[in-house]
Write a protein that binds this ligand. Structure first.
Ligand SMILES: Nc1nc2c(ncn2[C@@H]2O[C@H](COP(=O)(O)OP(=O)(O)OP(=O)(O)O)[C@@H](O)[C@H]2O)c(=O)[nH]1
Ligand SMILES: [K+]
Ligand SMILES: [Mg+2]
Length: 426
């Protein structure tokens, strides 16, 4: 069967939505080629002589997988049908095989009912719930179970994965009584669509140029890749002018990730459910694995630990704003993400209102980020979770700010342990 193999080409010139059947044929063509390349890679022995060939095959595979992911014109992408409006301070997706207890967990943690039953594929769509934790609201998403081959479109795999990509972290729910291989299979499925779990981006500087050829450099010894292999992979991408600088002993896969540039690096907590049906030794072993939490929905076991772990991995920072001469409202924090590596005073000010910065003189900070209480800080100061911040404006009058800041009345402010240690005086 001869079908158009490059979807981008086939849609660009006509500019109209593709017939679903044509799309199906195109996808089948891409899948066929993926299968061929995977088979060839499996056949090829790994050694010094084949490493260039294998590298090239890896690049071909990555390119095809990216093609598979490109949303066709006229649709809103692979997540079609599963759109749920973002809500709260963060989003967490429940990913797992069928019947591992995702819906049971959603119902337990959020109070929103999601049908649970002993048969597979009970859940057919995305069901959102809200977790109230640490005065923050976290959106938890229950999803249909996924199976091996999900990344290539089996079941509702691609929609589910698209939702996972839109989340801040993933909870991979696993059945503690089932094969431990499930974790690897799911990880592979997510990797095939560009998700990288619990990894940091490769330390490779890469910049395409207009002229000048390829400049290849490294700041350390490279054991997985050399100049020739790097050239070959760039060649596969038709890149002939670029600057590449390896800052770590990276692999071919790392280089491909950097060239593709569309990878999403996410935290993932592995949640082993149903520990009520396995022996204590197995529970102990699973609990000791990295990034893992063991729970039982049936016995409501260890759910606190799961929430604490989820909170930790989300890296959210609560900042309490303190009007001058008043106590902060400890029940109503600003909740900020540390996506870009931290949460600065500038992020905090912009979060309240964009116009604050131009009037800002400095801020006063109490909390673990401050060296002494209160510390006078500027825009670049990094805030920690549970810090208290008072904004001091350039021409601030003696009596506290009005208007755009949260106004705090003399309500029942909670007195925290920290406050007892260091009363908030200005
Ligand atoms: N023994 C035991 N069974 C559990 C536990 N949690 C859930 N189950 C059972 O596992 C079965 C599947 O639960 P669901 O919540 O429907 O699982 P799911 O992952 O949402 O399944 P799908 O929506 O079909 O993908 C149900 O019969 C639950 O009662 C647990 O902690 N221990
Ligand atoms: K089920
Ligand atoms: Mg379910």
């Amino acid at each position: 069967m001869q079908v158009t193999r490059n979807r981008a080409e086939s849609t660009a010139d006509i500019g109209v939505p593709l017939d679903p059947f044509v799309l199906y044929l195109i996808n089948m063509g891409i899948l066929e080629r993926i299968k061929e390349i995977e088979a060839e890679m499996a056949r090829t022995q790994k050694n010094k002589a084949t490493e260039y060939h294998l590298g090239q095959l890896k690049a071909k595979l990555a390119k095809l997988r990216t093609q598979l992911l490109e949303p066709p014109k006229g649709s809103s992408g692979a997540g079609e049908g599963f759109e749920v409006t973002k809500f709260g301070h963060g989003r967490v997706a429940l990913i797992g095989f069928p019947s591992v207890g995702k819906s049971t967990l959603l119902t337990l943690l959020t109070g929103t009912h999601s049908e649970a039953a002993s048969y597979e594929f009970t859940t057919l769509t995305c069901i959102p719930g809200i977790i109230n934790y640490n005065d923050a609201k976290i959106q938890l998403l229950d999803l249909p179970g996924i199976i091996e081959g999900a990344s290539e479109g089996k079941g509702r795999g691609r929609q589910v994965i698209a939702v996972a990509k839109s989340s801040d972290i993933v909870l991979m729910v696993l059945d503690a009584s089932k094969s431990e291989g499930h974790r690897q299979i799911l990880t592979k499925e997510l990797e095939a669509v560009g998700l990288r779990l619990n990894k940091r981006p490769p330390q490779i500087y890469f910049k395409k140029k207009k002229t000048g050829g390829i400049s290849f450099n490294s700041t350390c010894a490279l054991t997985h890749i050399d100049e020739k292999l790097c050239y070959q992979i760039l060649h596969e991408y038709k890149i002939h002018n670029a600057e590449v600088l390896f800052r770590e002993d990276a692999t071919v896969d790392d280089l491909i990730d950097v060239i593709e540039g569309n990878r999403k690096y996410m935290k993932c907590v592995y949640v082993y459910n149903k520990i009520d049906v396995i022996g204590i030794d197995d529970v102990d072993r699973l609990a000791r694995q990295p990034n893992s939490v063991v729970i039982s929905c049936n016995l409501k076991l260890n759910l606190d630990r799961l929430l604490a772990r989820m909170w930790e991995e989300m890296g959210l920072v609560r900042v309490y704003s303190k009007p001058q001469g008043q106590q902060p409202d400890f029940t109503d924090p600003f909740v900020l993400s540390t996506d870009r590596g931290g949460c600065t005073v500038e992020d905090f000010c912009n979060h309240i209102h964009r116009s604050i910065i131009k009037d800002l003189k400095y801020v006063l900070v109490w909390g673990t980020s401050a060296r002494h209480y209160p510390q006078h800080c500027g825009l670049s100061h990094n805030l920690h979770d549970e810090d208290v911040v008072q904004i001091v404006k350039k021409k601030e009058k003696e009596e506290g700010g009005r208007g755009r800041f949260k106004s705090h009345t003399t309500g029942p402010a909670r007195i925290s342990d920290r406050e007892k240690k260091a009363p908030l005086k200005t």
